[in-house]
Design a protein around this ligand. Structure first.
Ligand SMILES: Nc1nc2c(ncn2[C@@H]2O[C@H](COP(=O)(O)O[C@H]3[C@@H](O)[C@H](n4cnc5c(=O)[nH]c(N)nc54)O[C@@H]3COP(=O)(O)O)[C@@H](O)[C@H]2O)c(=O)[nH]1
Length: 637
């Protein structure tokens, strides 16, 4: 003991004797060594009360330690969870490697990226996951990471087990181990090629959206929006350079009929084919746009476009020459084209388009399959046409149609053989319109089939009504259009109609034109045979104006030939036409067909006709087309 040492303070590492006994007792108790405890108690140096107190304190200390341990466990579990989430749940390929780059762990994204299962990936060195050329850079980065704790390697190329190479970035961060020998790194592999692919896909989607906004999805031609844009640019260019420009408005003839008859699928295919054929006739600098169902617009902007416009229009019309093979059908289509020129026909895009549209209507009204340059005088007429088109659409619903009837007379005895039903339209502003004003338009707009059904129904109903009023009109002749003759169940429909109005089949005579028969669509022909079997009469209207082969006429199931008015008109004036009339009458007789002459206006004509053997006639001489009431008043016995 030194002089400075307090004899009452026990040396640091010497246990306090009394306390030592208690510590020994505690340890014995902890171990469950009751013999030892008994011996210590037997030594009599332990006070039981003090021991109990010591044990209580010791227990309290133990509880605190336990609580700390539990808390530490919770913290460590939470840390493990966080680690797992960061390592496994983030959509990023991650690997844990040791100081040499040996893979110790890898998440599912890494397995997927490198096409390697976890168990194989674990035995790889990070170096094997990059291409040989980049391995030295990787080794340098690993060394630096050991010193600095983290590293990023940019522009590195990885390779998958299947040999695929992709560019990207490698991010390394020290995970554990202050000691260099135990160090581990977490490595994140960023696949930039995927990012680039995603960016590329995004760019392509944007491009596609942009394309769709400016192009027609069916034909892929510029749509109205893009056309307006190009038209506006063209006009301002032409204005700046005192240039010219041509706008061609192309509209298919009777496209609606094709759509209705063959379905929209066929219509779409036809439009695609038309677009392709037309495009083939244009220069790269010309614009061909689709601006509506069957409407296309062509812009010509070169210096000689005013002269070229007519030639281009001609070439466009010629593409419709060869039939279009749509599925099993061979379709013959034509188009009408209107042309307007900058600056002569307008200096604003809208005006140029409108005037080309008007000229196109003019081409249609002149018989279609043609082109027309715009003239100022056209405007008023076409506006009227457009109004008519608009009004026609609702005319049936508004009950604006009515039938007039013209008598058909036995030329020998003047008796009434029947009447021809002739359509009239009571236009709200223009008054009573004859068919010449609206039949072609009705066909174009696609309402003629519906109107035709109305005519048939009304004519039959009228025949029944006359009969109920005491007038027996032997038959009614009704004009048909091809559309009606091609309806799927036309013969059944006619049969139903006759039953509904209790009419004999011979009370109905259906007039078809020679032109309709020339085209001889299969279904129409089948219907003619069906009608014949039913006993319904079929008359060939305007006979002599077409070029039907006599052999073909002889084979058709028809009952009557109607000599065209133009020939009857020339009786006594043109010996050629007289010969035609004579031939038709002879033909009818040899085929056993009734022959009726239309447009009979004077007794000389009657004399010629009866002399040649024609027994029936219709014309102003016997009566103009009149209302049903007037027929009743005139012919009621
Ligand atoms: N598809 C349908 N076509 C129809 C229907 N109703 C009529 N039409 C066709 O329209 C064309 C013109 O008919 P319309 O103006 O009624 O003229 C008829 C007569 O008025 C006229 N006619 C009769 N006799 C004379 C005459 O002596 N002189 C003279 N200048 N004209 C006369 O002829 C027309 C009847 O012709 P047609 O039918 O050829 O016998 C006409 O082609 C009708 O076919 C309809 O409902 N559907």
């Amino acid at each position: 003991m030194t002089g400075s040492e307090d004899p009452n303070v026990p040396a640091q590492d010497e246990p306090e004797p009394e306390r030592d006994i208690y510590v020994q007792a505690q340890q014995a108790l902890e171990r469950g060594d009751f013999n030892r405890l008994g011996r210590l108690l037997g030594q009599g140096e332990i006070d039981l009360a003090t021991l109990t107190e010591e044990l209580r304190v010791y227990q309290a200390e133990l509880e605190v330690q336990n609580a700390e341990l539990r808390e530490a466990q919770v913290v460590s579990e939470r840390m493990a969870l966080r680690y797992n989430t960061l390592f496994s749940a983030m959509p990023l390929a991650q690997l844990v490697v040791d100081r040499n780059g040996l893979v110790l762990d890898a998440n599912a994204f890494a397995e997927q990226l490198f096409s390697l299962e976890h168990r194989y990936l674990r035995h790889h060195f990070l170096q094997r996951l990059v291409i040989p050329l980049d391995r030295e850079r990787l080794a340098e980065a690993l060394n630096r990471a050991r010193e600095t704790g983290s590293q990023v390697v940019e522009g590195i190329h990885f390779q998958t087990d299947s040999g695929e190479v992709f560019g990207g970035e490698l991010h390394m961060a020290r995970l554990v181990g202050d000691d260099d020998t135990q160090v581990q790194f977490v490595c994140a592999v960023v696949d930039l090629s995927k990012l680039l692919r995603q960016q590329e896909a995004l760019r392509r989607s944007e491009e596609k959206l942009e394309f769709l906004a400016h192009h027609d999805t069916l034909t892929h031609l510029p749509n109205r929006t893009l056309l307006n844009d190009r038209l506006a640019q063209g006009v301002s260019r032409a204005h700046r350079h005192h240039g010219v420009m041509a706008v061609l408005f192309v509209d298919l003839d009777r496209f609606k009929i094709i759509n209705d008859r063959f379905g929209h699928g066929a219509g779409d295919e036809l439009l695609r084919e038309v677009a392709e054929r037309m495009q083939g006739q244009l220069r790269d600098s010309d614009t061909l746009a689709r601006v509506g169902g069957d409407e296309f617009v062509v812009l010509l902007e070169d210096a000689d476009c005013a002269r070229r416009a007519g030639r281009v229009a001609n070439r466009l019309l010629q593409v419709f020459g060869p039939p279009f093979q749509i599925g099993k059908e061979r379709l013959q289509v034509s188009a009408s084209i209107g042309i307007s020129l900058y600056p002569a026909d307008g200096t604003e895009p809208d005006t140029l388009l409108r005037h080309a549209d008007i000229a196109m209507y003019e081409a249609k009204s002149r018989g279609r399959n043609d082109f027309q340059f715009f003239h100022a005088e056209m405007a008023s007429g076409v506006v009227e046409q457009l109004e008519l088109v608009h009004a026609l659409r609702g005319a049936l619903r508004r009950h604006e149609f009515l039938l007039y009837f013209q008598p058909q007379i036995d030329l020998g005895n003047g008796r009434l053989l029947g009447v021809e039903a002739l359509l009239r339209w009571h236009h709200p502003r223009q008054g009573l319109l004859a068919p010449a004003r609206f039949i072609t338009l009705a066909e174009e707009v696609g309402v003629l089939g519906e109107v035709g059904s109305w005519v048939l129904e009304t004519a039959c109903a009228q025949l029944a009504a006359w009969r109920n009023n005491g007038l027996e009109v032997p038959r009614v002749a009704v004009n048909l259009v091809l559309q009606q003759l091609e309806q799927a169940h036309f013969v059944d429909y006619i049969e139903g109609l006759l039953q509904r109005y209790q009419l004999a089949p011979a009370a109905l005579l259906l007039e078809v034109t020679e032109a309709m028969l020339m085209r001889q669509p299969e279904r129409a022909l089948a219907h003619l045979h069906g009608l014949h079997r039913l006993g319904v009469g079929v008359s060939v209207d305007d006979f002599g104006t077409g070029y039907s082969s006599l052999g073909r006429i002889a084979r058709l199931p028809i009952d009557q030939l109607k000599i065209d008015r133009s020939f009857v008109d020339d009786i006594g004036r043109d010996s050629g036409d007289e010969t035609t009339v004579r031939t038709i009458i002879g033909l009818g007789r040899s085929l056993g067909l009734e022959v009726i002459a239309e447009g009979v206006e004077c007794s000389d004509q009657v004399e010629f006709l009866t002399r040649e053997g024609c027994r029936a006639g219709q014309g102003f001489l016997y009566g103009r087309p009149v209302s049903a009431r007037e027929i009743l008043d005139t012919y009621h016995p």
